[in-house]
Design a protein around this ligand. Structure first.
Ligand SMILES: NC(=O)c1ccc[n+]([C@@H]2O[C@H](COP(=O)([O-])OP(=O)(O)OC[C@H]3O[C@@H](n4cnc5c(N)ncnc54)[C@H](O)[C@@H]3O)[C@@H](O)[C@H]2O)c1
Length: 449
């Protein structure tokens, strides 16, 4: 895009999903980028031209801009060449549910005493963190270091596209050179800009994730009521989503949200409120609904199959959503553990996330393809709506299964196509189509017919 040399060089600290995409994205826009991570193996792979995470378009971006990207475990190169140091280290939850800021603190401690650098916080941190960091810098003789909050809104699975075409860019700063320099970096993307104070920028990120999580838990509760009342949540979501005040996004009922961000950010915001003396009631319910939603499939299976002991259940998909290998917070973790606790044999397949899944669930039976996963299964559960599962030939699936039950945990399948193959379809919050279905094989209801 822009000519190298005409753009600010930058440093990026933390080469995970956010850091790598940020590094590759700004390199694409013409910046020289010094990317630093404490994970020596990750840096060695990046130096060798490998991409340690699965993110569509990222490999191409890294390859195309290889000459502008410098990977190191040492901060010195970034400090020498760049004034703006983007921080993209992890902020996972602590045992108390608050955000663990130890990696952020480590970065702050490693900053030099000079006036030429700025920390640009991309990591999601509780509101008040920037103020606390500035106090630490002041008391350690580094008040010349500028501080900018620049929260990240990318979505795993479409992170590169989100970086290049953001809905908005939020910059919180003290109205100084650093905030302007960050805005200049983003300027070629022509996105709406929100320049504000540091605390408000921090709260925008937490509020955005909490709102999206609330929307998902809301439609999941509507889905659960639909199951009791005969309505179809897909129709309901279509009907309410056309209202411009509501909008159609994040209204897909399913197995609950997962991923590294929603759970921890909702918890961090709830506890931030509690630590400040306010009881944020709504977020407690959002979390509880989500946890229960991950388990509802187990009761659906039990309702159809009577018992899960000795049953074979195929899980299609394990990643928390399609197009990523990220297993953090994936609904499959809870579902697989519950199924195994009930005595089911769980055979799973994910096109990309198997290596990550194996490290978290070594006890699962992993299949090398969707058809192998469903072979001999009493029931199939769609957990992650990878396109290859949506495009399955259900007649072939029916042939391979021992039973005939398909639970569509993402409402991503065409019920008619599944039923046309002689299978029993059940989604989440979808009107029962019992008339079209035969009995579930291997159950008391079948014997009674
Ligand atoms: N993943 C997302 O979808 C997403 C989206 C928006 C915001 N965020 C936020 O961005 C931050 C990073 O998330 P992520 O998913 O990229 O995390 P990640 O775990 O994928 O990457 C974090 C990286 O930081 C490195 N690191 C840790 N301490 C370090 C240090 N002291 N110096 C240098 N490197 C260090 C780790 O080795 C790791 O590679 C989090 O605060 C997260 O909440 C994530």
């Amino acid at each position: 895009m822009a000519d190298a040399g005409t753009r600010q060089p930058i440093g990026v600290i933390g080469a995970g999903y956010v850091g790598l995409v940020t590094a590759a994205g700004f390199a694409e826009l013409g910046s020289e980028v010094w990317c630093v991570d404490i994970d020596a193996e990750r840096i060695a792979r990046l130096q060798a031209g490998e991409v340690p995470i699965h993110e569509p378009g990222l490999a191409e971006l890294l390859t195309r801009n290889r000459a502008r990207l410098h990977f190191s475990t040492e901060l010195s190169g970034a400090l020498e060449h760049a004034a703006l140091l983007f921080v993209a280290v992890g902020t996972p939850p602590t045992h108390s549910g608050d955000a663990d800021l130890s990696a952020v603190r480590e970065v702050v401690e490693s900053m030099p005493r000079d006036d030429g650098h700025a920390l640009v916080m991309k990591s999601t941190v509780p509101c008040g963190t920037g103020a606390a960091i500035k106090r630490v810098l002041a008391t350690t003789g580094r008040s010349g270091l500028a501080y900018v909050s620049c929260p990240e809104f990318l979505k795993e699975g479409s992170a590169v596209a989100d970086f290049l075409h953001p809905d908005r860019v939020v910059v919180g700063d003290d109205d100084d050179w650093a905030g302007q320099a960050v805005l200049d970096l983003y300027e070629p993307l022509e996105a709406p800009l929100v320049r504000t104070d540091v605390a408000s920028a921090e709260m925008i990120k937490l509020a955005a994730n909490a709102f999206l999580a609330t929307k998902i838990s809301f439609i999941n509760e509507i889905a659960n009521v639909c199951e009791e009342t005969g309505a179809d949540v897909v129709e309901v979501a279509r009907g309410i989503g056309l209202d411009a005040r509501i909008g159609p996004k994040f209204l897909q009922a399913g197995l609950g949200y997962g991923g590294s961000c929603f759970t921890k950010d909702v918890s961090a915001l709830k506890l931030l409120a509690a630590n400040s003396g306010y009881h944020f009631q709504l977020l407690g319910a959002v979390t509880e609904v989500n946890e229960l939603q991950k388990r509802r499939v187990v009761s659906k299976l039990q309702r159809h199959l009577a018992t899960l002991a000795g049953r074979q259940v195929a899980l299609l998909g394990l990643a928390f959503k399609p197009n990523t290998d990220d297993m953090r917070g994936a609904s499959s973790l809870v579902l697989a553990a519950r199924l195994q606790a009930e005595g089911a044999h769980v055979r799973a397949f994910d096109p990309i996330a198997e290596a990550e899944a194996r490290s978290l669930m070594p006890q699962l039976d992993y299949a090398s393809g969707a058809l192998e996963a469903v072979r001999g299964a009493d029931a199939v559960v769609l957990v992650t709506e990878w396109p290859e599962f949506v495009a399955l030939d259900w007649a072939v699936v029916a042939e391979a299964m021992a039973g005939n039950l398909v639970i569509d945990g993402r409402n991503a399948l065409d019920p008619a196509a599944v039923q046309a193959a002689g299978l029993v379809y059940e989604g989440i919050g979808r009107a029962p189509r019992a008339a079209a279905d035969g009995p579930v094989r291997g159950t008391a209801s079948e014997a009674a017919r």
